[in-house]
Ligand binder design. Structure first.
Ligand code: HEM
Length: 149
C-alpha cells in the first residue's frame, strides 16, 4: 500500500510526464499541421526550384527537433499508459481501455516509423507522405478525449 508521500510523488511525476507528453505531441503534431496545411501550398506561389530550396531551408531545422519530439511522446505515453490503464476486468476491457489501446497502437506505429527512419534510414514501406501521420495524429487527439466519455 503506497504511503501518502509516495502517492504525492507519483502524482507529481505523473503530472510532469503528462505535461511533457502534451508538449512533445504539440511539437510533433504542430509540424505536421504546418506542413500539410501551409508548407504544401508553397508551390502555388514559388517555382519548383524555389519550393525545394525554401522547404529544405525549413526541414534542416525540423529534422533536429521533430523526430526526437515523437520519441519523447512515445516514451512519455508508455509511462502514462502503464500508470493509467488499470486492471482488465474478467469480462474484458472497458471502453476507456479499448480506446486508449487503439490510441497507443497508432502512436507506437508512428514512433516505430520515426525511429526506423531517423536511426536506421529505413523509410516507411507504405504511406510515405506526411498526410498519413497527420491523419493519425488527428485520430489520436480525438481518441485522447473520447476515451474519457
Ligand atoms: C504521436 C503520437 C501521440 C499523440 C499525438 C498523442 C496525443 C495525446 C493527447 C492530445 C493526449 C491528451 C492530453 C490531455 O487531454 O490531457 C494524450 C494523452 C495520453 N496519451 Fe498520448 N499521444 C501520442 C502517443 C502516445 C503513445 C504512443 C502512448 C502509449 C503507448 C500514449 C499514451 C497516452 C496516455 C495514457 C494519455 C492519457 C493521459 C491522461 O489523460 O492522464 N500516447 N496523448
Amino acid at each position: 500500500m503506497l504511503k501518502f508521500y509516495q502517492k504525492k510523488e507519483l502524482a507529481i511525476a505523473y503530472t510532469l510526464i503528462h505535461t511533457i507528453h502534451i508538449f512533445s505531441v504539440f511539437i510533433y503534431g504542430g509540424f505536421l499541421f504546418v506542413d500539410i496545411l501551409f508548407l504544401s501550398k508553397m508551390s502555388q506561389t514559388l517555382n519548383e526550384k524555389e519550393t525545394v530550396k525554401a522547404k529544405e531551408a525549413i526541414m534542416i531545422h525540423v529534422r533536429k527537433v521533430v523526430p526526437y519530439a515523437l520519441m519523447v511522446a512515445v516514451a512519455s505515453g508508455l509511462f502514462l499508459l502503464f500508470k493509467i490503464f488499470g486492471e482488465i476486468a474478467p469480462e474484458g476491457m472497458n471502453s476507456f481501455q479499448v480506446l486508449l489501446s487503439i490510441k497507443a497502437f497508432l502512436g507506437l506505429w508512428l514512433g516505430f516509423r520515426g525511429i526506423n527512419q531517423k536511426f536506421f534510414g529505413i523509410n516507411p514501406w507504405i504511406f510515405k507522405k506526411h498526410i498519413f501521420p497527420f491523419i493519425l495524429v488527428v485520430i489520436i487527439i480525438l481518441l485522447s478525449q473520447l476515451m474519457y466519455i
